[in-house]
Design a protein around this ligand. Structure first.
Ligand SMILES: NC(=O)c1ccc[n+]([C@@H]2O[C@H](COP(=O)([O-])OP(=O)(O)OC[C@H]3O[C@@H](n4cnc5c(N)ncnc54)[C@H](O)[C@@H]3O)[C@@H](O)[C@H]2O)c1
Ligand SMILES: [Zn+2]
Length: 343
């Protein structure tokens, strides 16, 4: 069952909540301070469940706290949960709701750009486990998704920029005219009220064709084979120099656009345009030349691969993407080297 999407101020969308006996709202300390005040006046009686902000709390111990709060509040099976926050709250709160008493209905109210255009669509829920991201989870669609760009006004600009990488990705894999428009403007001049719904619809259309990621949905991984590897490498080896997800994906998209060009799918000019825009927004991150091969090795260990082959999603052309395309570890090193040399 697909969920109902609302693109409206929360004051309006909250009038259309599905019927429920009780209501719980899950927040973290940041969304409690910045987002809950916008929501609270429009809610009936509810139980507030607060968790600590950050990916480092996206694990089962936090779920246990949430399940405890829901149990103490004696939530029955017709209760409704609202997840008010970024992707961490959406994934974790959704997972808790989907498993509590075999499943409560829940509403995603994403408050970061990343959560609005990516995490709140597609029904993937879960938590990290034993160092593996999103290792324990389920697929479950929310009853509704309420998207209000007004939340983005309090988001730190670095978080906004990180989420913007997914917006760029959606255009590159599915909508060339939108990419041509997007790249005319810097981050600060983007119109979120237009861009967010557009981006959500692009992702939703891809997910609708392949809800459980058997094939086509993999195009959403463009930039992520190399990007994830860079992200993991920095996490393990440069803990003080943390890269946000979108910052790593921006590097991954430069590298994978380079591979798309090298393999003859896109013309040099398209690669140069992509590179130019991404560098203008994200700057150039110094990758240590001596460790590029190690980074490429991390891409080989990605759980989406089969055996030794590295399967990537590369652009067929700008606005169209292929998936399950085999690339080799040396090719990844070359693409990282091409990025490295841009400095
Ligand atoms: N389910 C999916 O399909 C999917 C897709 C992409 C990412 N994800 C997951 O999403 C998570 C990342 O999401 P994220 O980037 O939103 O991180 P996040 O939820 O950690 O939010 C980032 C920070 O911004 C704060 N914040 C949130 N909204 C705010 C607002 N409006 N104003 C001020 N501060 C605010 C949060 O408290 C947090 O400190 C990862 O765990 C990732 O695995 C899931
Ligand atoms: Zn991503």
């Amino acid at each position: 069952m697909s969920s109902t999407l609302f693109f409206a101020p929360v004051a309006e969308s909250l009038r259309q909540l599905p019927p429920h006996t009780q209501l719980a709202v899950i927040v973290d300390d940041q969304t409690l301070a910045h987002c809950y005040p916008r929501v609270r006046p429009h809610l009936g009686p509810h139980r507030l469940v607060q968790i600590s902000a950050g990916e480092e709390h996206k694990h089962l111990a936090t779920c246990q706290q949430v399940w405890q709060r829901l149990t103490e509040a004696r939530l029955d099976r017709k209760a409704l949960v609202i997840n008010l926050g970024g992707g961490v709250i959406g994934d974790l709160g959704g997972f808790c709701a989907a498993t509590y008493k075999r499943g409560l209905r829940f509403v995603q109210m994403p408050t970061t750009l990343l959560a609005q255009v990516d995490a709140s669509v597609g029904g993937k829920l879960g938590v990290d486990f034993m160092g593996f991201k999103n290792h324990i989870g389920v697929f479950q669609e929310p009853a509704q998704v309420h998207i209000d760009p007004a939340f983005l006004t309090t988001l730190p600009v670095r978080e906004l920029r990180s989420g913007f990488a997914e917006v760029i990705k959606h255009c590159l894999i599915a909508d060339r005219p939108a990419w041509e428009q997007l790249r005319q403007r810097p981050l600060a001049a983007q119109n979120w009220a237009e861009l967010v719904p557009h981006s959500v619809h692009l992702k939703a259309a891809v997910v609708a064709q392949d809800p459980t990621e058997q094939g086509h949905r993999k195009i959403l991984n463009f930039g992520h084979t190399v990007g994830h590897a860079v992200e993991s490498w920095f996490l393990e080896n440069r803990p003080g120099q943390r890269l946000l997800h979108g910052e790593a994906i921006a590097i991954g998209m430069v590298a994978e656009a380079w591979l798309s060009w090298q393999k003859g799918h896109i013309p040099a000019q398209d690669y140069l345009d992509i590179r130019h825009y991404l560098l203008a927004i994200y700057g150039h991150v110094a990758l240590p030349a001596a460790h590029l091969s190690e980074m490429a090795e991390l891409a080989r260990q990605d759980k989406k691969n089969e055996g030794d082959l590295i399967l990537a999603s590369l652009l067929h052309q700008v606005g169209q993407c292929g998936y399950d395309l085999p690339i080799t570890r040396p090719e990844i090193v070359q693409s990282l080297l091409a990025y490295h040399q841009l400095d």
